[in-house]
Ligand binder design. Structure first.
Ligand SMILES: Cc1cc2nc3c(=O)[nH]c(=O)nc-3n(C[C@H](O)[C@H](O)[C@H](O)COP(=O)(O)OP(=O)(O)OC[C@H]3O[C@@H](n4cnc5c(N)ncnc54)[C@H](O)[C@@H]3O)c2cc1C
Length: 332
């Protein structure tokens, strides 16, 4: 097996990306044959101007615009099935590693931290599936080890891993390929900025919706109530997986760990993986039709009812600035 570094030459921090790749290879790929680096970039001068390299030879894939589809086409056309491709730790590295492996029916792991090579002589023994890669999972609570069973093996590195100084001097250019700039597979595109994940971390009031909310349409009630309360909206995993809200709104061991003044849950059962994310809340109010749901025992206030009429009522109370609501909050 041989390995290639795949470098994103469009980014400003191309040098640190290469240093991480070199550090990773020195630690985990000793003895493995290194092949030419594959560098996708606007132009080779951007990369060569750092006057340092981590592979003797390089192939440049040049395109005026960064169009992943076109870079992918070139990468796939050049790929060998039993080779390891080490992408950088940025979003582009993650995307291309996964898409390349999927297209070529290989294996991919993103944010790889460690790599284990098969023991010599046992490669096909059944015990040894080839390369294994470890990465942190469930919000850094656990280390997962993934067996990569089929090549090409495409990994992107975790941010902030081991690094090694680059070798002074430029890459020896083996080949330069020019990509089409026409993004003909994209008919139109629009970008919607997402609220940063931090907004949950700093929220004073959170309204968290669970599977009991039943559908995306009902999330409007959650959004409206949250607006009245000055709360951030969060979701449990089933709600996030149903795309009722983006993944950066997920609370729990796989998402954000929060500690607001008040956390209101609606249609959330209170599974341990979710509760771990809200247990630091100062005050928890749970709305659930099932009085035996675990969240009801853990909440400071448990309302056994359908979340819809309860939230409608809460909205009314807050918008009419009912003094009872204010004193109720102060009491706690
Ligand atoms: C390794 C691992 C990691 C995980 N990480 C997370 C994580 O980070 N975050 C997370 O949330 N989950 C996580 N999970 C999943 C977790 O175990 C639960 O499955 C999940 O939290 C359940 O979500 P829920 O409470 O929305 O849904 P459910 O458990 O299905 O609960 C829905 C609740 O809604 C109530 N309900 C139904 N209708 C209404 C209504 N009209 N009004 C009011 N209440 C109603 C029901 O009585 C029920 O209690 C993880 C699981 C694993 C295995």
């Amino acid at each position: 097996m041989r390995y290639h570094f795949v470098v994103n030459g469009y980014t400003e921090d191309v040098q640190s990306q290469m240093e991480e790749q070199k550090g990773f290879a020195q630690k985990y790929l000793a003895g493995m044959e290194q092949k030419e680096a594959i560098i996708y970039c606007r132009n080779s001068e951007d990369v060569q101007k750092i006057q340092a390299h981590h592979a003797k030879e390089a192939v440049f894939i040049k395109s005026k615009e960064y169009v992943p589809e076109h870079i992918l086409q070139v990468l796939c056309s050049q790929a060998g099935t039993e080779e390891l491709y080490i992408f950088g730790s940025d979003d582009s590295g993650m995307e291309l590693a996964v898409r390349m492996a999927a297209r070529l029916l290989g294996s991919s792991v993103t944010e790889a931290e460690k790599l284990y090579l098969p023991v010599k002589g046992q490669e096909n023994s059944g015990k040894n599936h080839g390369i294994s890669v470890s990465k942190m999972v469930y919000a850094n609570h656990m280390e997962g080890i993934f067996a990569m069973k089929r090549g090409p093996y495409c990994i992107s590195l975790a941010r902030g891993g081991e690094w090694q100084e680059l070798t002074p001097g430029m890459f020896c250019v083996k080949e330069e390929m020019i990509c089409e700039n026409q993004a003909d597979h994209i008919l139109s595109q629009k970008f919607y900025p997402e609220a940063s994940e931090d907004s949950l971390g700093h929220a004073k009031v959170i309204l968290a919706a669970g599977r009991g909310v039943k559908n995306k349409e009902n999330m409007t009630v959650i959004d409206e109530t949250a607006k009245c309360l000055g709360a951030e909206v969060a979701v449990s995993r089933p709600a996030a997986m149903n795309a009722w809200k983006p993944m950066n709104r997920l609370i729990g061991v796989s998402g954000a760990m929060v500690g607001p003044e008040i956390c209101i849950t609606a249609g959330v059962s209170g599974a341990a993986a979710f509760y771990a994310g809200i247990e630091k809340s100062k005050f928890i109010a749970a709305i659930n039709t099932d009085e035996n749901a675990p969240i009801m025992k853990m909440a400071d206030v448990a309302v056994v009812d359908d979340f819809l009429p309860v939230l409608e009522e809460l909205k009314k109370l807050v918008t009419t600035k009912n003094p009872m609501v204010i004193s109720y909050t102060i009491c706690k």
